[in-house]
Design a protein. Structure first.
Length: 104
């Protein structure tokens, strides 16, 4: 089971500043295990999506160059307090995670 994401929202007029902390190892597939000298298999987030009230507001494709436990910050215009925000991701091994928050 994937670790939970932490989502923070801050509303300023009709613009929401959204900050998401994702827990993921984001392994590039290029490092070697120091004990065995074997290559550590790649394991990273490939697709990130954010929706507000079911409407996609962000869609991103990531690769192995993103750091461990990535942080994502973005702004969405046209939202109001009480709107439902959903952020989800899928990695290269098919694992998925999703979290919900209410815009405040």
């Amino acid at each position: 089971m994937a670790e939970p994401m932490k989502i923070r929202t801050q509303l300023n007029g009709d613009v929401a500043d959204i900050r998401v902390a994702m827990m993921h190892i984001m392994e590039t597939g290029q490092r070697k295990d120091p004990r065995t000298a074997e290559v550590i298999p790649a394991h990273y987030i490939q697709q990130v999506q954010a929706t507000v009230n079911g409407k996609t507001v962000l869609s991103a494709q990531w690769g192995p160059a993103v750091s461990k436990n990535p942080f994502l910050g973005f702004r969405v215009r046209g939202v109001k307090a009480g709107d439902k925000l959903v952020v989800s991701w899928e990695d290269n091994k098919g694992e998925r995670n999703s979290a919900e928050a209410v815009v405040k």
